[in-house]
Design a protein. Sequence first.
Lengths: 481, 80
Amino acid sequence: MPSLGADMEHGKVVEWLVKPGDYIHKGDIVAAVDTDKTVMDIESFEEGVVAEFLVDLGDTVDVGTPIARITATPAELPPTQPAPAQPPPATQPGAAGGLPGPGAKVPPPVRHLAHTLGVDVGRLSGSGPGGEVTRADVERAAPGSGTQVPPEQAGQPGEQAEAPRGPDEGRRVRSSPLARRRAAELGVDLSAVPGTGPGGAVTEDDVLSAVPPRGRPAREPGAEKPADAPPSVSRPTAPAQVTEPVRAPAPRQERPAAGGKAESLRQAIGALMSRSKKEIPHYYLATTLNLAAAMAWMQAVNQQRPVSSRLVPSALLLKATALAAKEVPDMNGFFTKGAFHPGSAVHLGVAVALRHGGLVAPALHDADTLTLDELMDQLRDLVGRARAGRLQRAEMADPTITVTNLGDLGVESVYGVIYPPQVAMVGFGKILEQPWAHNGMLGIRHAATATLSADHRASDGLRGGRFLARIDELLQTPEEL
Amino acid sequence: MNQQDARRAVETAIGKVAPDVEPGDLDGAARLRQDLELDSLDFLRLVEVVAESTGVDIPEADYPAVATVDGLVAYVAGHG
């Protein structure tokens, strides 16, 4: 169960979009997951054959729980040394001993070994006489089999088949691949963990029990933090960044059944915003955007267009924001592990009010590179799907900066609360005709209030002011947006 | 297009764009943006749906005239 946002703790599989036996690529949509916020499609982080589902439809499981098992194909397995007497990975469910491929000879003892190791002999090419599958073939395939979706979001096929420790490392530690991976994630020294698996092998559970119990990072960011520690130093939060492990070691905590979507969404928003206000030292700026040129240009353009391809002012504001975020990188990125990490791309989150209350803020990917028309199309698509509750995982997890455009519904200014781990939130108020003094003359122009809520750990007011000023400047030449 | 057909077309279009708006809320004086909470994208979609179903294309300059349910109905009836 991947994390679909910093505030997500668990999810429910509501639909499988693949079936066991299907061959899937990295990035293929495999399931629809219902979170507190919305239903999202999730993609596979692995390539291979779907071996089995590990959760039932309708089951709610914590972030990090394996939901399906994907068997890597032999061709993708990196060459590894034979793993002598590799014990069956304790946490691997079932055995994947499928039928051998047509013509492949598999002697019964080898078949048994394959069964024990969870290797699908049907996918092995035999290196023995007459193409017979040998023990070595099976053992070679063993360490990389049984990768799971998605134990870590950034899992590369090569990382799973971690080679057994070299003989020169002194004491050899028997362990399952999953245990090794967990140990690496958690910084646990495998040799210091007493194994309870077959042959004294270290299992995933052993690794987990070697870690001091702690609250789930995303839920209780302050759990381990001494009261007087500076907040930026030991912040053990685990926002949904692809490079971070998303498994939650804490035992599952049942939460009382909420009274429906709106209520659980409200709770999720409340929890995330509380965390934001507790952890992020916000500073706030505002400026008035001169929208005379932007509105005149847009109205002229729209006059020439059928309604289906007309622009709305939001599209111009979003594009200008994305370009400004590219130029002022201190506003765009994630604050994680006590430091600010600028985003390499601008994935512009757009706060979308849902009709039954609540909001979601999915991303327009690479918004700074889109033409206005592309941005407009994607905005309409994104808002439509957000309201229909059909967003994709990446759209929820990726925003590097977010815009709230409440002005569209009437308020003159809005000071947003930053979505952790992002560091800035831009707000646009209502576009109004305002009296505007210019060169000693008073005129009437379209204008709107733009606000910035930004994270003082990543930037200061001078930089924030420059960012807002850039948005205004960019809007003076709307034809170049 | 007569007033009744126009009203039916407008109500159908609003139902399509904002399925959660109860028919009971479709008071003639209801303002599309403030009362029915259509945002600019919803409004654009509404104009689009009305154009598809009635053939009445509402240019941006006329948006102020169609800010209410009644206003939209009258506009469609007058231009259809």
